[in-house]
Structures are given as structure tokens and as C-alpha cells.
Design a protein around this ligand. Structure first.
Ligand code: AMP
Ligand code: GLY
Length: 424
């Protein structure tokens, strides 16, 4: 099969690396990709949200399947674009329909879905400019801290957690009246704060059947001890040590099953990944959010632990025969540490030459923000390389990643030295 993968991060390098291990993948294109995918597949300079350009390319190269990495093309409706096109409708897209992608694209839609299908989640209210004073009244009924979420996509920055009631009201007005996050905050969801430890559950579904992939925990803050600004993710481990059988059984019966049944019940076409952000509140799992794609850097630990053929799983997803394929998981732990550009997640420089990649041994260096320039690999983003390792436990895996990071260097390189600190 000829496969087109959309995206350019560490997630896409990991997906490409895994799909290329399949006997069913004879040719892989990545759009636009990075230096890592360039080394193993064919990068093409296409914007993942330019559906007309993608259509032309798919027809010209006789692409048999499109795998979507990031949320943007999904929220913009790439699944429906293919399904409704007389030429493209036979080419499966791995990802949800536009309606399904609203689970990530609209926090209000996700909350309504959760409540409707009786899936445990924080109590909430949803407000607009017209109802901003009701929002302030609702805040008065909650105890601090206050959780404010922009309804739409805000590049991971749309969630505010605020201690002070007056400050929370001011921020609510800021979001609704002064469009702090642009149109993404023309609606705001206010939530009850849940106190617990977070983990992520990844599900692959054909809309009817599902497979639960390995759990993972990521580290979102830039600073050690989970301090400082939020990032896309600075590291991840899989499996999550506290996700024991008791917790996983609750997650499956109370959250995964009703989610898939809810998609079916509501006639929401969904053939792709569901990434369920969870919080474990004293042994009771609650949903914080849905994402309609894999996580990054979670993919860099979840996918390396998958022993099954990923392309075979995708074919089964597209045929709605996922129940006929077995999921095999590596018992070992995996950990990844993200190496980033100094200054990230605020301003940073690009174009720094990365040295030492050829010395990485016993780990996998998944590229994120990299590109090749005059035959050299240079930085091209905030998150640069995810160094993934296996181990008998997560500590061993983390140690191996740090050993290999010591072999890498570029100007102003930074990484967190405490990934996994809260799991010991
Ligand atoms: P989200 O974009 O919805 O995942 O929110 C970003 C982060 O905010 C989450 O990863 C949590 O750390 C935190 N968060 C979101 N909702 C809640 C909540 N109801 N209670 C506590 N923390 C939350
Ligand atoms: N690492 C979090 C995300 O991919 O959304």
C-alpha cells in the first residue's frame, strides 16, 4: 500500500517508523514531515489542511490510505472531504469525521457528550458574552481553584486555573468580552476543579469495536517539579505504574465502553484514535478532555510498545473489522525525554545544528522540530528531539534516554531532568 501521513512532529516520526515495519506498507509519504521522516520515508511539501492539494497528490501518487497525525485537518473535516468526493471516497482516512473531531474542537460539545452518556467528568457550565454575568454567578458556587476553558482550539493554551475568585471573574470577562483567545473563547466552559493525578488512555476504534492501547503519562510543564509554563509535553512514560487492573477495569467499563457506544448512538462516524485525558481522583477515573488524535510525546512511548502491525490495525479500522485483529503489547516500559530549544515555549531560535545523533545507541531519537539544511540536521521548532528508550521499568528506560541525551548537543539545548519524578 501507498500511505500518506499528515503532520511533522515526533508523533509522526514515531507513526512513520512503526508503519514502515509493516509488510503492507510499500511506500510512505509524509506531509510535510521533518528530518527524521525524511530519513525513512518521502517528505512532501504539502500543508495538512490544504485538502485540494492533498486530493491532487493522492490521485497522482495513487495513495491507498491517509493517516492523520494532528487535530487541525480532522477538525476542519478531512474525513468528510474524502468521503464525499466521488474519486477519493475509496481511500480510507484514519481519523474521525468532522462531527467526531468536535470532541476535541469544542469543549462544550465534549462536555455535552460526556453528560449525555453518563461518563464521569467534572461538573460544568458553558457561557457566552451574553451570559457572562451568569458565568460569574456560577463561579461563586464553586470552590477554588477555578477552571476556565476556551471552547475552541487554542494551541493548548486555552485552559486557565485560577485561585482567586475575583481574578477568575476578570479572566472570564477577558475571554468572553475581550476575546483573549480570539474566536476560540467566544464560549467558555467553567469546570469544577478535580484533584488527583493525571494519566492518558489511548483507544483505537473503527466506530464499533475498539482496542485499548497502552496508557501513558506526559509532563506538560517546562520546569522541573511541574513548574512554569505549559508546553506540548516534555516527556512521557508508558505504562503508567498506578494504572493497575482495578483502575483500568473502571476506565474501560465507565469511560471507554460508553464513549464508543455514545459515538454509535449519536451517529458520529469515527475511525481513528481517541485520546482520553483522565484524572484519577482517589481511585475514581474522571474525564478531563478528549483529543481525537494521538498525543505528542505520548505516541513516542505508546507506539514503540505496540507489537502488532499498525498498518494491519488501520486496515481493520477502515473495514470496521477491528474485532478480528489481536493487539499485542510489549511488556517492557518505555520512556521518552523531549529535548527542546532554549526559550521554548516562549520565543526561541531555529536553525541550530544538532550534533551527536549518530552516537545515539540503545534508544530511538524521534525527530520533532528538525529539518535538513545543506546536508545537516538543524532545529526547526520548540520541541526538537524525543529520545525514547525501553527498560524493565520506567526508571531504567528514563536512565537510558538521559545517557543518550548526553551525546546530543545544539546551541541552547534544554530538557527536563526529572521526568517520572512523581511516579517513584
Ligand atoms: P485540557 O486542555 O482540558 O486538557 O486542560 C489542560 C490541563 O488543565 C489538564 O491537563 C489538567 O492538568 C488541567 N485541568 C483541566 N481541567 C481540569 C479540572 N477540571 N480539574 C483539574 N485540572 C484540570
Ligand atoms: N501531550 C499532550 C497532547 O498531545 O495533547
Amino acid at each position: 500500500m501507498t500511505i500518506l501521513l499528515l503532520g511533522s512532529g515526533g508523533r509522526e516520526h514515531a507513526l512513520a517508523w512503526k508503519m514502515l515495519q509493516s509488510v503492507h506498507c510499500s511506500k510512505l509519504f509524509v506531509a510535510p514531515g521533518n528530518a527524521g521522516t525524511e530519513g525513512i520515508a518521502t517528505n512532501i511539501n504539502l500543508n495538512p489542511t490544504d485538502f485540494d492539494a492533498i486530493k491532487t497528490f493522492v490521485i497522482k501518487e495513487k495513495v491507498n490510505m491517509v493517516v492523520v497525525g494532528p487535530e487541525d485537518p480532522l477538525v476542519k473535516g478531512i474525513f468528510d472531504f474524502f468521503e464525499e468526493d466521488p474519486i477519493l471516497c475509496d481511500v480510507p482516512v484514519i481519523g474521525p469525521s468532522k462531527l467526531g473531531a468536535k470532541l476535541e474542537g469544542s469543549k462544550e460539545f465534549a462536555k455535552e457528550f460526556l453528560v449525555k452518556h453518563k461518563i464521569p467528568t467534572a461538573a460544568y457550565g458553558s457561557f457566552t458574552k451574553e451570559t457572562v454575568e451568569n458565568g460569574c454567578d456560577f463561579l461563586e458556587t464553586l470552590s477554588p481553584p477555578y477552571v476556565l476553558k476556551a471552547d475552541g482550539l487554542a494551541a493548548g493554551k486555552g485552559v486557565l486555573i485560577i485561585q482567586d475568585l475575583e481574578e477568575a471573574k476578570a479572566e472570564l470577562r477577558n475571554m468572553l468580552v475581550h476575546a483573549k483567545f480570539g474566536t476560540a473563547s467566544s464560549k467558555v466552559v467553567i469546570e469544577e476543579f478535580l484533584d488527583g493525578i493525571e494519566l492518558s488512555c489511548f483507544v483505537l476504534t473503527d466506530g464499533k469495536n475498539y482496542k485499548i492501547l497502552p496508557t501513558a503519562k506526559d509532563y506538560k510543564r517546562i520546569g522541573e517539579g511541574d513548574t512554569g509554563l505549559n508546553t506540548g509535553g516534555m516527556g512521557a512514560v508508558s505504562p503508567v505504574p498506578f494504572a493497575d487492573k482495578t483502575l483500568m477495569d473502571k476506565i474501560e467499563s465507565r469511560i471507554v465502553k460508553p464513549t464508543i457506544a455514545g459515538l454509535q448512538h449519536d451517529n458520529i462516524p469515527y475511525k481513528g484514535f481517541v485520546f482520553i485525558g483522565l484524572i484519577n481522583v482517589k481511585g475514581e477515573p474522571m474525564v478531563i478532555e478528549y483529543n481525537v488524535r494521538m498525543g505528542d510525546p505520548e505516541t513516542e512511548v505508546v507506539i514503540p510498545r505496540l507489537k502488532s502491525d499498525l498498518v494491519e490495525l488501520f486496515v481493520a479500522v477502515s473495514n470496521q473489522r477491528l474485532d478480528e485483529v489481536a493487539l499485542k503489547i510489549d511488556d517492557r516500559s518505555a520512556a521518552t525525554i523531549m529535548v527542546v530549544s532554549g526559550g521554548y515555549p516562549e520565543d526561541y531560535e531555529k536553525g541550530k545544528e544538532i550534533s551527536g545523533l549518530e552516537n545515539v545507541e540503545g534508544s530511538i531519537a524521534f525527530h520533532a522540530g528538525t529539518k535538513t539544511e545543506n546536508g545537516k540536521v538543524v532545529t526547526n521548532g520548540g520541541r526538537v528531539i524525543a529520545v525514547t528508550s525501553y527498560g524493565d521499568d520506567f526508571q531504567q528506560a528514563i536512565k537510558k534516554s538521559y545517557q543518550n541525551i548526553d551525546r546530543l548537543s545544539f546551541d541552547k539545548m534544554y530538557f527536563r531532568k526529572d521526568i517520572g519524578f512523581d511516579l517513584l
